[in-house]
Ligand binder design. Structure first.
Ligand SMILES: [Zn+2]
Length: 158
């Protein structure tokens, strides 16, 4: 990783300052790495839902409920506010939590209908939102680095 302050390729360990200009790269990394870990963990949970539905469906464990179809369409409508909220919240981790919501809807839809296709639709929406999110992470991380550089430059010019 190049030092965001001086732009030089840095051999600093993940928790060290840049040896060339002294920019606190370690501190910035400690801010950025959890974003990737938490976002990745939230995404992984959707895979676990998939595995759960797979296991339950191969064992025919679900008894379809009469309200299932109605709830399925209601949940479909409830995806809209999730997408809108994702467009407005700034924090990547909050966006990731929202991207997971349709997968949870899919789980509910599956439990009520026993229909794996209904789960798959919601899982597809969730993954679509995660793809959208992944396109925003790069900019978000660049922004964190830019802010850190500005703050550090202000501090060192005093
Ligand atoms: Zn540097």
């Amino acid at each position: 990783m190049n030092c965001p302050a001086c732009g030089q390729p840095s051999k600093a360990q993940w928790n060290e300052d840049c040896p060339l200009c002294g920019f606190p790269m370690g501190q910035v990394r400690r801010q950025i790495i959890p974003i990737y870990i938490i976002t990745g963990s939230i995404f992984l949970s959707t895979l676990i839902y998939g595995a759960l539905v797979y296991v339950m469906s191969t064992n025919a464990m679900i008894e379809p409920q009469p309200v299932g179809e109605v709830v399925f369409y209601a949940l479909g409508g409830a995806v809209v506010p999730v997408v809108i909220a994702m467009a407005f919240v700034k924090r990547i981790i909050a966006k990731a939590a929202l991207a997971e919501v349709p997968a949870v809807y899919g789980l509910v839809a599956y439990f009520l209908t026993g229909d794996t296709a209904k789960f798959a639709i919601f899982l597809g929406i969730s993954w679509g939102l995660f793809i959208w999110l992944s396109t925003q992470i790069v900019d978000y991380v660049a922004q964190i680095q830019r802010h850190a550089v500005e703050k550090w430059q202000r501090k060192s010019s005093q």
